[in-house]
Design a protein around this ligand. Structure first.
Ligand code: FEO
Length: 396
């Protein structure tokens, strides 16, 4: 259903209750998602972003509920990723002469996706387009999270449309943050930040500082996924600022994989050690856990203990995806250590420590490994390992 944000500004997107795997199968979306597009009716008419291609007709139907789609003058493509630009070809069939507004990098990436020679207008930070009473002002958000990413601000209505930033994969029958369970929304917002935006945290800080200096009024933040921030809209900006600084809750996670429970016994013994030192923790067998959820938990915490047996001179293949993510996401202010069992060659601890170094996670103590199944005495050593890790964690 079309929803009016402020007079003349409408949500015309699509609620996708059924998407459970995003980016192909890279990102789990347990709560579905939305593709938010906004229609602004002034003397000129603008559409800000579209929807994922399969839902183009729903977007077009929503637009036609308000105005004849042929009346659109401008289509703003804030970002080329297809969950937002996928509806462009279908929309542009109705308005082939409309202006497609893109960032400098969008001028490459939008045609790179659709290979159409639309009437493009390139804008950079500070450029504006008058719609009549109000204007659209553009701010480049390069690498937040693609080179083409751009924010659009509507003067007069004080609405910021920052595309992916401040969004969440959250399907709902409601459109606004004051109408939903905010605990659920924040869980999805932090997951989104942890899994997608973390590598760009320094840019997030710079962009927020830049925005604060502009001192522009913001009544509504309308991202391209999930709910729209209408009540106390800047709360999500403050929250991003905190996340970008890499603040953590002082707890730990133990992530491991195990073949015949030896490494798992070590993990559980280490958990006892953390507990004895009063450090809160969560324990994940990554082979049976949702990768994105575990990454979100790692994002929140300070300490990471990683365990794997040695297999074929390497680590268990099932633990590798999350370790690759740790290298790429480069979480800030984390400390870690390695452990695991082995049968003969025993490269596991060394390999995990190499990954920790590449992920810029400070190794707090030398890892431990035990041959075959750990003995009672060896498990006691694991408890002590957990204790000393906790003590060192609290000290840094
Ligand atoms: Fe929601 Fe970067 O696309």
């Amino acid at each position: 259903m079309v929803v009016e944000l402020k007079s003349g500004v409408y949500w015309v997107g699509y609620v996708d209750w059924n998407i459970k795997q995003f980016h192909g199968h890279e990102y789990s979306t347990h709560r579905g998602s939305t593709y938010n597009a906004y229609l602004i009716v002034d003397e000129k008419i603008a559409l800000v972003d579209t929807v994922w291609g399969p839902y183009s007709q729903a977007l077009i139907d929503h637009i036609n509920e308000i105005i004849d789609i042929k009346k659109i003058d401008y289509v703003i493509a804030n970002h080329a990723e297809t969950d937002h630009s996928g509806g462009l070809p279908a929309v542009m069939k109705h308005i082939p002469n409309a202006t497609v507004v893109v960032s400098e990098k969008g001028r490459e990436s939008i045609p790179g996706h659709y290979h159409e020679d639309w009437n493009f207008k390139v804008v950079k930070t500070g450029d504006s387009i008058s719609l009549g009473k109000n204007s659209l002002v553009f701010v480049s958000a390069q690498m937040l999270h693609w080179p083409d990413s751009m924010f659009t601000y509507l003067t007069g209505k004080n609405i910021l449309m920052p595309n992916d930033a401040f969004g969440q994969h959250f399907a709902s029958s409601s459109r606004f943050n004051d109408e939903v369970d905010t605990v659920e929304v924040y869980q999805e917002a932090i997951k989104y930040y942890a899994n997608i935006l973390t590598p760009f945290s320094d840019l997030v800080i710079r962009k927020i500082d830049e925005f604060k200096k502009l001192n522009i009024p913001v009544d509504i933040i309308a991202p391209s996924h999930g709910i729209i921030w209408r009540k106390d809209p800047l709360q999500i900006v403050s929250q991003y600022y905190e996340w970008a600084q890499g603040k953590n809750d002082g707890s730990a996670v133990i992530i491991y994989d195990t073949m015949w429970k030896g490494t798992e016994k070590m993990a559980q013994a280490m958990a006892k050690g953390l507990e004895k030192e009063g450090v809160k923790y969560k324990l994940f067998n990554v082979a049976i856990s949702d990768r994105n959820d575990v990454l979100t938990e790692i994002f929140k915490t300070k300490g990471i203990l990683i365990g794997s047996p040695t297999m074929n001179n390497g680590l268990l293949p099932t633990i590798m995806p999350i370790l690759e993510d740790l290298k790429g996401l480069k979480f800030k202010n984390k400390v870690g250590a390695a452990f695991g069992t082995y049968g003969w060659s025993g490269e596991n601890v060394k390999l995990i420590e190499e990954i920790l170094e590449k992920a810029k996670i400070k190794i707090l103590q030398e890892g431990i490994k035990f041959k075959w199944q750990p003995t009672k005495e060896e498990l006691e050593k694991c408890v002590e390992f957990g204790r000393s890790f906790a003590q060192k964690m609290k000290a840094v």
